[in-house]
Design a binder for this molecule. Sequence first.
Ligand code: COA
Length: 179
Amino acid sequence: MAVTHDASPQARRVGESATEMAQLVLPQHANVHGSALGGTVMHWMDLAAAVVANRHCRRPVVTAAIDEMSFLAPILVGQLALIQARITLVDRSSMEIRVDVESEDLLSGEHRHTVTAYFTFVAIDATTRRPVGVPRLLLETDEERTEHARALERRRLRLERLEARRREEQSHEEQRNNG
Ligand SMILES: CC(C)(COP(=O)(O)OP(=O)(O)OC[C@H]1O[C@@H](n2cnc3c(N)ncnc32)[C@H](O)[C@@H]1OP(=O)(O)O)[C@@H](O)C(=O)NCCC(=O)NCCS
């Protein structure tokens, strides 16, 4: 599908869109064991990633994909969920955003890593809702360049999986149509 490009979208730095959110885990966020529900943490991650994508392209964005997620430690009621998100890769209309979550115990000050995941957002035109081009990403530090190199490989694997899934769906569709 063709992606519409602005004449000269201005390149942006990673730091211009990086976002941090803190969420106090309350009983309404918790499962029966007194820790944050996985789906609630995913929701907070999705929001933080959306803010990053919006800040980078200043366009409406949608979540296209979320890579695998493993929750390594619970975040208990009364603890803080610290959500950090930053852009790692920009393609034509898509952006990969890394989201790291850790817990902070407000009484002891202890921090624990909870989960890291990669989100793909796509910028869309507000009227047509079709994908549109996004500004390029300026990589300034060695850490950003390393993360970007890893992101290129993740994107390659992600698109391979997407292509395989689309082929599978097409073959199911053909089988259904052939009775
Ligand atoms: C995301 C969406 C706009 C892409 O539309 P599309 O017709 O598949 O567009 P294209 O095939 O031209 O792909 C556009 C870009 O999205 C990327 N993309 C699309 N689906 C993707 C996926 N599952 N994983 C990663 N990237 C994806 C493509 O690689 C391409 O990137 P590029 O422009 O940087 O090269 C469309 O699938 C959509 O609207 N999905 C629903 C989004 C949504 O509502 N999310 C909220 C949860 S329901």
